[in-house]
Unconditional design. Sequence first.
Length: 173
Amino acid sequence: MNIFILDKDPELCAQYHCDKHVLKQIPDIAKILCTVMRESGIPYGYTSSNKNHPCVKWAQTADGNFMWLRELGLELCREYSYRYGKSGGSKHASEHIILDSYPKNLGDKNHRAKVREPVGMTPPVQCVPAHFKCNDPVKAYRDYYLTEKADILAYTKRNVPGWVVEMGMGEHK
């Protein structure tokens, strides 16, 4: 379980995910959001999973964190449809779980608002080896991606991100 913070903007962050992570991150994010909701007393979606994981703890820390992660999940669902969808708009099975998730303090009436820079967001947790950690989570995760995930950097229907190309990596499909 991890949250690859490849850009501060959730839309760009989703587009920068390689094919394998577009597929894997959607259910992971849905599980994180459901765990946060369940741990705050809202029985919803998937059962709690890894409730002590740093990514879950980060998502619990502030409503802004939850909403940013939710937006990333929705953008990854859009990315999934773009890269793999058939005509008629194929959707990922976890999309409805992410769409209907919301932090306890915001209440159901506000949960569908699109959030770009949420109020109360704390610095994202960096679940990377110590030598990648720095004051900039985007840099830490990009460096991690380029080093530890270099063998899986393939992008269907999407140009390889410039910061990947600069290192001579990535594959456009």
